[in-house]
Design a protein around this ligand. Structure first.
Ligand code: HEC
Length: 213
């Protein structure tokens, strides 16, 4: 008499797939899916704050331009690396930090510094424009590619230089009579970079208090 192992095999495969679905989809969703913003009972500050529309658009540019290939957005806890010592954040990042992100750009490569907290580290928009236009201006020797295509070089109008024109000197200055201004894409990207802040105190990841104020 020959026995058919078909049903048994089917059951085995079903169980394997079902258990991995429970472990990799259902359980994480139950643990993390309902995370909400945290309200600080002392200061009434809400964190993480939702991104303004302009910055949200910028997140799409960050994604499409491939910034994530060279930059991470995750700060490791104390003892797992020197992220905090390098000043990449004031605390480690946790799942709640990413609740507003549709595409979470954690990144895997650190060719450049982690950008989790760049909005706090460098809040000056003019710095970001010059750096994006050509990293050599602010960071001589940088291997980050220039993003001059996010800017427009145009003739200076009769009323003089535009208020948003980049201040470029020496070898970086555009031809006489012209100016360099950011496009909408650059403005949105910089709004996004300036929105990157991990300064909020969370119960599961308190900000390390500075010793002497
Ligand atoms: C080929 C790798 C590479 C790519 C792609 C890249 N960067 Fe960078 N980035 C670097 C390196 C290296 C540095 C450090 C030197 C410097 O400041 O330019 C850096 C620095 C930075 C800094 C300053 C960080 C600090 O702590 O001072 C910002 C902001 C930044 N990059 C934003 C971006 C954005 C936005 C994009 C996408 C449009 C991008 N980078 C794409 C390599 C890269």
């Amino acid at each position: 008499m020959t026995m058919s192992y078909g049903p048994l095999l089917f059951l085995g495969i079903l169980l394997t797939l079902a258990s991995s679905w429970v472990g990799l989809v259902l359980m994480p969703h139950r643990q993390l899916g309902s995370l909400t913003q945290h309200t600080d009972t002392n200061t009434a500050a809400i964190f993480p704050a939702a991104r303004a529309g302009e910055a949200q658009q910028g997140a799409e540019h960050y994604r499409s331009l491939g910034c994530v290939y060279c930059h991470t957005q995750q700060v490791r806890p104390e003892g797992y690396g020197s992220d905090l010592e390098r000043g990449w954040g004031r605390r480690r990042t946790v799942s709640r930090d990413y609740i507003h992100d549709r595409t979470v750009m954690l990144g895997t490569m650190r060719t450049g510094p982690d950008l989790t907290n760049i909005g706090e580290r460098q809040s000056d928009a003019a710095w970001h424009y010059r750096h994006l236009y050509n990293p050599q201006i602010t960071s001589p020797g940088s291997i980050m590619p220039p993003h001059a295509f996010l800017f427009e070089t145009r003739a200076i109008g009769p009323s003089g230089r535009s208020t948003n024109a980049l201040v470029l000197e020496g070898a970086f200055a555009p031809p006489a009579g012209t100016e360099v201004v950011p496009t909408r894409r650059a403005e949105q990207l910089v709004a996004y970079l300036r929105s990157l802040k991990s300064s909020g105190d969370l119960p599961e990841a308190p900000v390390k208090k500075e010793e002497a104020k």
